[in-house]
Design a protein around this ligand. Structure first.
Ligand code: GLA
Length: 381
């Protein structure tokens, strides 16, 4: 991203220089899908696609933002926030939560742009939320606490926007480190930065199919998981081991078949995340790829959140010799998958998969080799 362009646009709209440029990235989840709202483990990494905001403080409580991508101007007053529609609700939701937490936030003038594809499962909304939080923090002299800001942004999405997401996306956008994935315990919010192996690349494969999160079966999956946790007599499915799952479901047959499948996904997926962190440390790429594959198969067969396009993309990827494993990423029902590929063959891989996917599905895919970037930050100028 050329920050010069952003400065130029700010000058065009506000006839001044911006005081700050902030950015917050999208994320791709390596493994640990639909585990975050079960108090479980996840392993996302921030990607080299982000939302940028150039801004300068105002002396009143107005927020004026120009979206360069949508060509829309939005204005609101921090002291009289009301709900409306569109992307600006993410911004208002964060402003609301910051104030509710007790922060005195200042108004600002801003231009905003981004290159995280929307609705693709790469957390463009978390990127907007965390960039907004960083923008308010910069003009209001609030020190940056990634965990607090992630929690507050998640609340904005849950309570203001009305999407009942877990904490993974906001934590990834807030707390990741370049070159690393984020191994996160979604119960304690303790995390470690896990270095990515040198010899492999993460390739994002956008199926070009979309399904809105709010309309999706996301909430239904959440309640099925809660029902299963209740059946096991625990607070969340995180508290059930694979052994306990097998023992108890063998002994008693009162858990409905669908709920049992949902629980099996979450419980085995948590175990896969822990295993993935271990094998990443020991450099066992082959095993890491197998875990990615098992994760996808479980999301397809037990959690049932893939679509035909995702399954087809994953199959196309797995057929390539340079690919160690592939799986869908994010909430599912459309959007992106990812593949673990030998770095030296990554470009060739993207071309080959795009061709086979087009032949089989008739759809144009976008594939890109992605770099693990840092979480939300101030852009040095
Ligand atoms: C979406 C949600 C996350 C998480 C994933 C599935 O991205 O925002 O909180 O639940 O789906 O792993």
């Amino acid at each position: 991203m050329e920050t010069q362009n952003l400065e130029q646009s700010f000058a065009t709209y506000f006839n001044a220089k911006p005081s700050f440029i902030v950015r917050a990235p999208g994320r791709v989840n390596l493994i640990g899908e639909h585990t975050d709202y079960n108090d479980g483990f996840v392993l996302p990494m921030a990607i080299d696609r982000a939302v940028w905001i150039a801004l300068a403080p105002r002396t009143d409580f107005q927020v004026r933002i120009r979206s360069l991508d949508l060509n829309i101007d939005s204005v609101f007053d921090l002291h009289s926030l009301t709900k409306g529609e569109g992307w600006i609700e993410y911004v208002k939701g964060v402003a609301y939560q910051l104030q509710k937490t007790g922060y005195q936030v200042r108004g600002f003038d801003a231009v905003m742009t981004g290159d995280v594809p929307r609705g693709a499962g790469l957390s463009s909304s978390a990127a907007v939320e965390l960039a907004t939080a960083y923008a308010f923090a910069s003009v209001s002299g609030i020190s940056w606490d990634p965990v607090l800001m992630a929690k507050l942004s998640q609340k904005a999405e849950n309570e203001w926007v009305g999407m009942n997401c877990g904490i993974m996306d906001q934590m990834a956008s807030a707390a990741c480190k370049a070159g690393h994935a984020l191994f996160l315990d979604c119960r304690s919010l303790e995390y470690q930065h896990a270095p990515l192996p040198d010899e492999v690349a993460i390739v994002i494969m956008d199926t070009s199919t979309r399904r809105g999160l709010v309309d999706s079966a996301y909430n239904e999956r959440r309640s099925q998981c809660e029902e299963a946790a209740h059946w096991f007599g625990v607070k969340a499915l995180r508290d059930v081991s694979v052994d306990e799952f097998e023992r108890k479901t063998r002994a008693e047959s009162t858990l409905g078949e669908i709920t049992l499948k949902r629980a099996r996904h979450v419980i085995t997926e948590n175990a896969r995340v822990l295993e993935a962190v271990k094998v990443m440390k020991s450099g066992d790429i082959k095993k890491l790829g197998e875990l990615f594959n098992a994760s996808h198969d479980s999301l397809r067969d037990d959690f049932e959140v893939t679509n035909e396009a995702l399954n087809s993309m994953v199959n196309c990827a797995r057929e390539q010799e340079s690919c160690h494993g592939a799986r869908m990423t994010g909430a599912g029902f459309g959007g992106c998958a990812l593949a673990l590929v030998d770095k030296k063959d990554a470009q060739e891989f993207t071309q080959a998969v795009a061709v086979t996917y087009k032949e089989r599905s008739g759809l144009d895919a976008s594939l890109y080799v992605c770099q693990a970037s840092a979480g939300a930050s101030l852009v040095e100028r």
